[in-house]
Design a protein. Structure first.
Length: 313
C-alpha cells in the first residue's frame, strides 16, 4: 500500500539522514557519542563536518541538546527500535532504497547490491506498518465492494498485515499469507487481532483453500512477469468457485504513484510498475474472468478485479 501521507521527510531531510547513516553519525549518536567531537572521533569525520551534521540533526528534531551533549529524540526511535515494526516508520526503508540506488551498476547482474537481511526486512515491514489508516481502510473497502458477500479472505503477501487486521476488525475470517521470515516478525504483532497466518513455501505459493476473496496489495510490482503469472495461478487455486481477486496497484500510465514505484523497483532490482493491460493479461492467463478496473477513492491507486469462473476446475 502507499505509505506517503504528506508528513514524511522532505528531500533535504532524507539526504541528511542518509548521509548521517552512511558516515556512521547515526550509529555513533545512538550508541556512545553525545557530542560533535565524540562523533568525529567515532566516525573519522573532521570536527567541523561532524558539528554541522549534528547541528542539522538537532534542527530537524532528531536530537535534543542537554547542556554540552545531545540526546536522541522520539523522532529517531525508528533507527533504534526494530523489534516491533510499528515503531520503525517509513524513513529507514527509504534510506535503504537510497543505499541501493547509490550502488546501482556496481555489479553486472542488475540485482540490488543491498542484501535482504533482517534489518532491511524489518525496515520494509516498518514502512508498510506505517501506511496511513485511511489508505488501509480505502483499500479494504474497495476489496469488500468487489465481493460484498465474501466471508473468507486471504491477504496474499500482505507484509505487516495491516489490511488483514482491518478485514478482521470488520468481521471477516482472514488469513495472511507470507514468508516464514515475515511471519516471524509480524506474527506476535498480529496475535489477538483475529488474523490467521499461513507460511508460503515459495514466492508463488498461496497455501489456502476455499477463500471467497483474495487481496494482493502492491504485490505484483515486486516481481517479474513470470512470477506474477504463477502467483496469480496459485491465488486462483486458493479461491472457491466464483471467488474474487482484487489486485491493488498504481497502474503505469494512469497513476502518478507508479513513477515512484518504478524508481523503488529499480532500487530493489526486481519488479516494476505495470500497466492495466499487463495485469489483465496475467489474470486471464491464470484462469480468471470478468476482469475490470476500478479507481480506489481517497488514493491514486487502482483496483483490477476478476473472478474465478464457477464450475471450472
Amino acid at each position: 500500500m502507499p505509505t506517503r501521507d504528506g508528513s514524511g521527510p522532505d528531500h533535504e531531510e532524507l539526504l541528511l539522514l542518509w548521509t548521517a547513516r552512511r558516515t556512521g553519525v547515526l550509529d555513533a549518536l545512538t550508541t556512545a557519542a553525545g557530542t560533535a567531537s565524540a562523533v568525529a572521533d567515532e566516525t573519522g569525520l573532521d570536527r567541523e563536518t561532524a558539528a554541522r551534521v549534528v547541528r542539522l540533526l538537532d534542527e530537524y528534531g532528531y536530537l535534543h541538546r542537554m547542556g554540552d551533549e545531545y540526546e536522541v529524540t522520539n523522532r529517531a526511535l525508528g533507527f533504534l527500535a526494530t523489534r516491533d515494526v510499528r515503531s520503525i516508520g517509513a524513513t529507514p526503508h527509504a534510506l535503504d532504497r537510497l543505499d541501493a540506488l547509490s550502488e546501482l551498476g556496481s555489479d553486472t547482474t542488475g540485482a540490488s547490491p543491498i542484501p535482504p537481511g533482517d534489518r532491511t526486512l524489518r525496515h520494509r515491514l516498518g514502512a508498510h506498518a506505517a501506511t496511513p489508516k485511511a489508505v488501509v481502510r480505502a483499500g479494504v473497502t474497495a476489496a469488500i465492494h468487489a465481493a460484498p458477500d465474501a466471508e473468507r479472505v486471504v491477504d496474499v503477501r500482505g507484509a505487516s498485515g495491516v489490511a488483514a487486521a482491518e478485514f478482521a476488525r470488520r468481521g471477516h475470517a482472514v488469513t495472511l499469507v507470507e514468508s516464514e521470515a515475515v511471519l516471524d516478525v509480524v506474527g506476535p504483532m498480529l496475535a489477538g487481532q483475529g488474523v490467521e497466518t499461513a507460511a508460503a513455501s515459495s514466492v508463488t505459493s498461496v497455501p489456502v483453500e476455499d477463500a471467497d476473496l483474495a487481496l494482493l496489495t502492491a504485490v505484483l510490482q515486486r516481481h517479474p512477469p513470470a512470477t506474477n503469472r504463477a502467483l496469480l495461478e496459485s491465488t486462483r487455486d486458493a479461491l472457491d468457485a466464483g471467488g474474487v481477486v482484487v489486485v491493488l496497484e498504481p497502474l503505469r500510465g494512469d497513476a502518478p504513484a507508479a513513477r515512484r514505484v518504478a524508481v523503488e523497483r529499480l532500487a530493489s532490482g526486481r519488479g516494476d510498475a505495470y500497466t492495466e493491460s499487463e495485469i489483465r493479461t496475467w489474470l486471464a492467463e491464470a484462469g480468471f474472468v470478468d476482469v475490470e478496473r476500478r479507481d480506489v477513492p481517497g488514493t491514486d491507486w487502482q483496483a483490477v478485479v476478476a473472478r474465478r469462473e464457477r464450475g471450472v476446475d
